[in-house]
Design a binder for this molecule. Sequence first.
Ligand code: FES
Ligand SMILES: [Fe+2]
Length: 422
Amino acid sequence: MLTKEDNEKLTRVGPGTPMGNVFRRYWLPALLSSEVAEPDGAPVRVRLLGEDLVAFRDSNGAVGLVDAYCPHRRAPMFLARNEKCGLRCVYHGWKFDVTGQCVDMPTEPRDSAYKSRMRIDAYPTWEGGGIVWAYMGPAAEQPAPPAWELIRAPATHRFVSRTLQDCNYLQALEGGLDSAHAQILHNINIGDLSWLDNFESTTPKLDVYPTDYGFRYTGIRILDNRYWVRAYHYIMPVTQVRARIVPVRGKTPRVPAICGHYWVPVDDTTTTVFNFLYSADPQIPITEDFAVESETDDGRSPDDIGPDLRNRQNSRNDYMIDREVQKTKTFTGIKGVNTQDVAVQEGMGRIVDRSKEHLGSTDRAIVTMRRALLEAIRTVEAGGHPRGTDPNSYAHVRAVDQYCNGESEIAALIEREMVARF
Ligand code: FES
Ligand SMILES: [Fe+2]
């Protein structure tokens, strides 16, 4: 459990809050590059860390991320014209470039120097891995650009998607790091429930190793007389990198992949999830069909996710839970892995009260993550650099999700499969 005070500290992300200050020390995914595909295309609304912003790609291809309101009389910049290397407010025509500098002020005298002193609040952006990254913190603390292996993987080998969830980022992040729920929540073939009696034999041997970017987790289960080795990384503040063979079923060939999520706070009670996947093997590119199939497996097909980026099965329709299916076929009666996760995470309430929880032995990863974030709050308050801001710390991490036959193979497998190949 957490005290109410610590829970409050970890979950509030607006300007000036302790955790908000921590988030403002990292490059964060803000939107997909494909959402601002065209130079001089339509501006896009972005809400990040409780701040309303507008993103646009200028005539030269650079992406700007500026205040959603014009500094003149606060007209909405979403309505602005994106023209000739700047965003021009439609109210009185003031125009701003991607750095936020005012470059034209048609309502002021021609010889006025007013425009050279005028700026709209703007955040630095950086593009890579199909993602527009934003840095929203103090200029003097801006870290080197992000260095994920995803970014080095060629566009032919990766894909990213973005969804929205109506809950605080921390409970979504915790859902990702908590690997013990997989066999229960996501069980799709329960038959009778006698397998639960034997659950202990498949409970993983868990290890959590603190690192200079967060921690490395290993879980080793014995299943069918073989060892199931799963090792993932938590990279501060909101990233998990893990491994999988995808798609789970389907027509395209199955590919060993590195995948994961960035759970980025839109505000205190909404989270945008960047889902990424790239081929673990530089020799195997990823086809369009493969991407569609893999997203469908995960419950993120266009049938599952609406144009508002939220699940069509949602709290308003109780995630379309089918009680008959729940009795006879699947543990939840809710269709789709992703939807099952979202249903429990949102169902806790917008911000879960962690002073009321009772953690168990499989919650070690979650406890370690919370401690790391609380430590980051103290570090930033003391004027230091929180872990994971240096891109070199996580640039070469990889993950494992594989079977092996003997205990002696485990260490070699982990060592071999944990090093980036792009
Ligand atoms: S409000 Fe934007 S130019 Fe006047
Ligand atoms: Fe899950």
